[in-house]
Design a protein around this ligand. Structure first.
Ligand code: FAD
Ligand code: 2HG
Ligand code: ZN
Length: 469
């Protein structure tokens, strides 16, 4: 079927205002926000309901039309960008915005896939509850995208990844059938737990159209601190020291190097370091209580103990919500500051926390050896063993030299990660960015199992081709 009649059939399903066929209006859908990937699509299709998604996928199945599902297009791995063949339809779910149910007694809500993470957080707040997934893109990323990437963010330490926050899913399969798995149950052992196949599948197995999400008791009392360290081994010790005293109330433990902070301070004119002097490693730590009257002393005592034990060299405790927000602004500012600085070679890695200090020492020395003119921007969710070990190439580097540097550094850093029993994608997924790398680090048995699942659900290979596998 030619493009024009296909577009006509899509318009018949979603209505004329649900398609964008004019290429001059495709930019936001065919280019990723990092500016690393740009593709082409014959049409962007924007359904409003599961029934429409089902009809769209049935048509794609009948016509062998490949589909790239897209949420907020905030992903970090090029997984939501079509290729340049001009054959892949972009299925954007941002018009699917219904809050289907909120049940504060069951502590669950059921929402359409196109609802943004910030809206979901607000729905929970309005019900005097918490939805704890939290990340820099929350104003634009969608729950469908969070599910499809198994997003992490800064609350994983206490609440887990997206996978831990989902009780049920509704998914449209590649042939258009709808699987209604919207069960709001915390216990259900009736066979294979199918939702977990789709969580983290990056749009390669089906389209998530709705999710049942867990809610938690609202946080009524929060303390935020900025802590300075000279040694990474002390950061890791401090994490356990704080947990020994504060237990589960420690909800965030984010690390950044001085170079990462300097990048943010250089990018945002009004930004100030919370500490008096530079230190090698900065940590943003937060404790959260569900009781408004919870004692604040354990956290303060724990911070004091870090100084007394000689682990931390300086501490700033936020004395107001505004100060806490400023601290989080510094942390969340690292990504945009990197984009402004030019070429960041991204490594989103997971490691056993105990091996992080040794790993970083080795990785830093590799980078200094092979690329002394580059700057390591190492930061991340160290409380989860997740580092964003990014390497900034000078903005003046030509395209060809940049590509060579990416290949060289990916190989060296990822091989080192593998040596330490780590993962080359902790939270950003595989997408296009790490697709070829994946084969090197997964066993043939694991790749084979993944291909078997892919073939059985999507035998025509129409769902997000060229990504992940
Ligand atoms: P998209 O980018 O649109 O899509 C991502 C993938 O999901 C693609 O494979 C797409 O095909 C698939 N997909 C999207 N919707 C669906 C659906 N309904 N059904 C099936 N497949 C679908 N990520 C983290 O994990 N932790 C962070 O701390 C974090 N911080 C970020 C900070 C910034 C400033 C930015 C810009 C991004 C950050 N991200 C982070 C990355 C990104 O926000 C997440 O990956 C997010 O989950 C993507 O959601 P999205 O709706 O934008 O998905
Ligand atoms: C974060 O933790 C995001 O801020 C982005 O996951 C990481 O820019 C990055 O590499
Ligand atoms: Zn992150």
């Amino acid at each position: 079927m030619n493009h024009q009649s296909l577009v006509g059939q899509f318009a018949h399903i979603v209505g004329p205002d649900g398609i964008i066929s004019d290429k001059t209006e495709h930019d936001a859908y065919v280019r990723d926000w990092l500016g690393k990937w740009t593709g082409l699509t014959p049409v962007v299709v924007r359904p409003r309901s599961t029934t429409e998604v089902s009809a769209v996928l049935r048509l794609c199945h009948q016509t062998h039309t490949p589909v790239v599902t897209q949420g907020g297009n905030t992903g970090m791995s090029g997984a939501a960008t079509p290729d340049t063949s001009n054959s892949q339809v972009v299925l954007s779910l941002t018009r699917m915005k219904r809050i289907r149910d909120v049940d504060p007694i069951n502590n669950t809500m059921t929402v359409d896939a196109g609802v943004t993470l910030a809206q979901v957080q607000q729905v929970a707040t309005d019900a005097d509850r918490l939805f704890p997934l939290s990340l820099g893109a929350q104003g634009s990323c969608t729950i469908g995208g969070n599910v499809a990437t198994n997003a992490g963010g800064s609350g994983v330490l206490r609440y887990g990844n997206t996978r831990d926050l989902v009780l049920g899913l509704e998914v449209v399969l590649p042939d258009g059938r709808v699987w209604n798995g919207l069960r709001a149950l915390r216990k259900d052992n009736t066979g294979y737990d199918l939702k977990h196949l789709f969580i983290g599948s990056e749009g390669t197995l089906g389209v998530v159209t709705a999710a049942v999400l867990k809610m938690y008791p609202a946080v009524r009392n929060r303390q935020t601190a900025w802590i300075g360290f000279e040694r990474l081994a002390d950061v890791v010790d401090a994490l356990r020291g704080l947990q020994d005293i504060c237990g589960d109330s420690l909800t965030a433990f984010e690390m950044m190097t001085q170079a990462s902070l300097d990048l943010v301070l250089g990018h945002f004119n009004s930004a100030r370091s919370p500490l008096q002097s530079p230190v090698a490693f900065h940590v943003l730590a937060e404790v959260s209580h569900t009781s408004a009257t919870a004692a604040t002393t354990p956290f303060e005592d724990a911070l004091q103990a870090l100084i007394e034990r000689g682990l931390a060299v300086d501490v700033a405790l936020a004395s107001s919500t505004a100060q806490a927000v400023e601290m989080w602004g510094l942390r969340e500012g690292i990504s945009p500051a990197q984009v402004a600085a030019g070429h960041a070679i991204k490594h989103d890695i997971a490691l056993p926390i105990s091996s992080i200090p040794q790993f970083v020492q080795e990785a830093d020395s590799i980078c200094a050896d092979v690329r002394p003119e580059f700057t390591v921007i190492n930061f991340g969710h160290i409380g989860d063993g997740n580092l964003h070990y990014n390497v900034l190439a000078p903005a003046s580097l030509g395209e060809k030299s940049y590509k060579q540097a990416v290949e060289q550094l990916n190989r060296l850093i990822h091989d080192l990660v593998a040596q330490y029993g780590g993962s080359i994608s902790a939270e950003h997924g595989v997408g296009q960015l790490r697709r070829d790398e994946l084969k090197r680090y997964k066993s043939s048995v694991e790749m084979d199992l993944m291909m078997t699942i892919k073939r059985s659900l999507d035998p025509n290979h129409l769902m997000n081709p060229g990504k992940l596998l």
